[in-house]
Design a protein around this ligand. Sequence first.
Ligand code: PBG
Length: 332
Amino acid sequence: MPRTGGFPAVRHRRLRTTEGMRRLVRETAPRPSQFVLPMFAVAGEGVRQPVDALPGIARLSPDLLVEEARAARDAGVGGVLLFGVTDLKDADGSSAHAADGVVQEAVRALKTALPDLVVITDVCLCGYTDHGHCGLLGGGGEVDNDASLAVLAQTAVSHARAGADVVAPSDMMDGRVAAIRSALDEAGYEDVAIMSYSAKYASAFYGPFREAAGSAPGHGDRRGYQMDPPNAREAVREVREDEAEGADLVMVKPAATYLDVIRAVREATGLPVAAYHVSGEYAMVKAAAERGWLDERSAMLEVLTAVVRAGADIVITYAAVDAARWIHEGER
Ligand code: PBG
């Protein structure tokens, strides 16, 4: 290495001297349009139920949902991901595919008021089954993969019929992407895309979400269908399978603690890769910031930037609107 006066000629700090220099050589800059805001829909009018464990997030009736979605769009956010919250639960999760279900009504309201907003719907049964599992139960109380597929497909079609642009199955049943694709095509929704929660881990970081969605399993856990957190190669196998079944976008979830998985998936597929910065990952930063232990803005942006740096094209995050605004402010 060339040396002058005892120092290496290479001084990395030259490119860090001013904000102008740092900006010039910055490798990763998340765009607001990459962010997707998860939203929780409930029935009624004028209903806003804040979620304790998710500061800044509330369950909303369609009218208020439209207002918050409009604000998200105006901030430049790329889309919204809808979850339904309801007391109408049975063993088969039949309210998941009701024509007048909470998600279906919310999608209709959103697409009427904001036709250009990309609306993605979560397709799963856990919020609609009385046992709280993501599929139907078989005789022994275990989740019956194959029996669940038809109900998931029916749910996806009902979302498409309401106007969803993208359906996002999060149940982790094998074969669901193919089942949903063929049901959508048969019903005439060839243009509705599938974002598969391909590599979804059985994570402890979904806690606040389950409070928001009222979707905690009544017995047992989800380890029989969601992935085991120590496994990374398996994520690539899941992604390849979903791609072969017709997924248009794939997802890794959670995000911040699975950056290696995002990178591996990024390298294994040409499809857009989404990463879900989940409720617990968001809540950790919010809680520490509330205590004055972290600076919320810089900590949240650092995490979201890391997720993009790892290879995510899309980041699903409860911080979408704040982050979009912070990015705009930083650009001015
Ligand atoms: C439904 C679903 C869950 C999340 C998204 N879809 C919860 C779960 O699998 O238990 C978690 C999202 C989050 O924590 O932000 N299956």
